[in-house]
Design a protein around this ligand. Structure first.
Ligand code: GTR
Length: 353
């Protein structure tokens, strides 16, 4: 049924390029199209400072070091800061870090198998999203004022600001001697999966970009999408986006782009998209379709994007043999341990040397 639906769907092609150089020359205007129409301007990167405020050297049965760090910066005459929790496995080698956009602050959370992640040799930097900027229409606190005049059509929404914080976290992590700069990862679920994609599209330092169940305005193609629509998301969560985005409610086909542009901006790096079969609100078929439509960007580099084009995986199956890895998990909308394990398996097999 889903596969029949896929056949009848069309998405606009990616902007035309015939070489990596041509594609890279298109990047700025593609990013601008995303900013102008969907997420709003991405504030310019500025230097950060970091201050460790808490330390535990015997974390996780002495297998890790925990640090709470305040990241601070100045932007357009104002000072901003937000906290990050860093968990470093005690290993005598560099470690790939997950910049984890997180719904909850505590490390011990049922959606974050911290112990398992650490024991597999990854570091974790938890960016608690509400500690960056509230998940609401308040643009006065946290990083909110960076949005400037929110009546401007391209004013950044909260997704852009959360993504900005993930990039500033990368600035800091890259100063840590144990951080493996070639294998930095950004990951998030749902609204934070959208955020991880936006961050990874802008910030090429992330070697792996991971979207879990990000759905509408995330990994899923908007044209013909089932479940949550552009009209619905912009009426319930207007503050996630640039004000202009709402103008496309019910007029999705007039958008000058679709979400596969966002995915394609990860090329030639690794992109992982996870869906859950019961998550019809996010719409796995539209996420899959988007991965398929983004693949030509990798082909320009002679790399395989999504390898299996013809049908959606059955629940439990994964297509992890290309630079775009897609999996469909049985069950509902959440970031499961299974999802984490799939992502870690993929990264372990595809790490940059
Ligand atoms: C829903 C929203 C989705 C998704 C989800 C979440 O209410 O409609 O787009 O982002 O929240 O973040 O859990």
């Amino acid at each position: 049924m889903l596969n029949e639906l896929l056949k009848s769907r069309t998405v606009p092609p990616l902007p035309l390029a015939s070489s990596p150089a041509e594609w890279e020359a298109l990047r700025p205007e593609m990013l601008k199209a995303l900013q102008d129409n969907i997420y709003g301007r991405m504030p310019a990167a500025v230097p950060v400072t970091a201050k460790v405020t808490e330390t535990d050297d015997t974390f996780l049965a002495n297998r890790a070091i925990y640090e709470k760090v305040t990241i601070s910066f100045d932007y357009e005459g104002r000072s901003y800061s937000f906290p990050v929790q860093v968990i470093q496995p005690k290993l005598r080698r560099k470690v790939p870090y997950f910049v984890t956009l997180s719904f909850r602050e505590p490390v011990f959370d049922r959606y974050l198998p911290a112990e398992e992640i650490i024991s597999r040799g990854f570091g974790i930097a938890i960016v608690h999203y509400k500690s960056v900027a509230g998940d609401d229409n308040d643009f006065e606190s946290g990083l909110g004022p960076m949005a400037g005049d929110r009546t401007a059509p391209d004013a950044p929404g909260k997704i852009a600001l959360w993504a900005y914080a993930a990039s500033r976290t990368a600035d800091y992590l890259l100063t840590r001697p144990e951080c493996d700069a070639k294998n930095l990862i950004v990951i998030g679920h749902s609204r934070l999966g959208k955020t991880a994609l936006v961050c990874g599209a802008h910030d090429e330092r992330f070697a792996f970009v991971i979207s879990n169940d990000s759905g509408c305005s995330g990994a899923a193609v908007t044209r013909g999408k089932c479940g949550e629509s552009l009209a619905r998301i912009t009426s319930v969560f207007p503050y996630w986006f640039a004000p202009r985005y709402a103008e496309f409610a019910g007029r999705e086909t007039e958008l000058p782009l679709d979400q596969h542009w966002l995915l394609a901006l990860t090329a030639p790096r690794h992109l992982l998209v996870g869906s859950a079969v019961e998550d019809t609100w996010a719409d796995p078929a539209s996420e899959f379709l988007s991965c398929r439509a983004a693949s030509p960007a990798w082909a320009l580099y002679g790399l395989p994007g999504l390898r299996s084009f013809d049908r959606l995986p059955v629940p439990g199956e994964k297509y992890h043999d290309g630079y775009i890895g897609y999996h469909l998990r049985p069950g509902a909308h959440f970031m499961a341990r299974t999802d984490w394990c799939r992502y870690m398996d993929y990264i372990a097999a595809n790490k940059n040397k």
